[in-house]
Design a protein around this ligand. Sequence first.
Ligand code: SF4
Length: 336
Amino acid sequence: MHTRGLPEKIRASLGSAVVLGLTKAALDAEPTTIYLLTFLSSKCSANCGFCPQARKSRGRADMLSRVTWPVFPTERVVSRIQHAVKKGAVERVCIQALNYPTVFEDVENIVREVLSRVNVPISISCQPMNREEIRKLAEVGVERICVPLDATTEELFNKVKGRLAGGPYVWEEQRRSLKEAVHIFGKGSVSTHLIVGLGETEEEAVRAIQWCVDLGVYPGLFAFTPIRGTTLETRARPSISHYRTIQIAHSLITDRRTRCEEMYFSKEGAIKDFGIPIKHLEQTVRTGKPFLTSGCPGCNRPYYNERPGGPIYNYPRHPQSEEIAEIKEQISALDA
Ligand code: SF4
């Protein structure tokens, strides 16, 4: 018997749909997480400047970041997830939620249906929810919750997601919701997303990462990607050097090998010293680990931010030795 109120349709990222056998396409890298997006025939009620799903976006409704999300019957998707998890092809399911009045019920019902069939870690990425709703998600078996801050400072948040963007989100409420989520899910079981390239300095990005880590929230890094039809469609992507520098700082801070206060910044906010010996910094770069997609365990988001031809901001699999050599050339901090 199916969960009552299960939404009829759901979107799956193209890569996820291929892994599930719902469609065919050539993939440069397979996702290790199945990414789902709640289906709405209209647009999201929020208005984030980078998002093609935003209320005022003229972007394609089947896109999120630079990935397409075809629609499928929910029942079919869930049944394919059941098989894929049993085959060991999937490490996690991530349900991303648009903002609309009945989204909480939809997410809850999708989670119930998946978990009634198969045991798989589920992440929910959603608008800030209240304490009761977060608690309910924990009770129905959600493993991790993600409340995306997206911007690294309050000013940028207001411009791209909040009041100045015509959106409903408030920086302090978003941060409060993360604190509630940590209270209920526990330290280490809550994520957020931080988009690099919205106009932040390296110092601002590092302060945001440190705030998350101190709270017990894992920040996943995204590179800003301009999408046609969105408010920010003409904004440039971040320079690869800026992104690599923040990836290194992110890796060192999340591994607790340095802290924001131990780092040194120029007066323009550029990182001048990561707070660890240069030898250790070079070793860290050589591992390639800082440049992997960051987020919930098992989340590799292939080509969310990049064209397969590059530059690759987040590697969905371990970078090869020639790629690490190329990465080294992209990092101006190593010249210091
Ligand atoms: S980090 Fe990955 S799995 Fe976690 S919420 Fe974000 S997209 Fe989903």
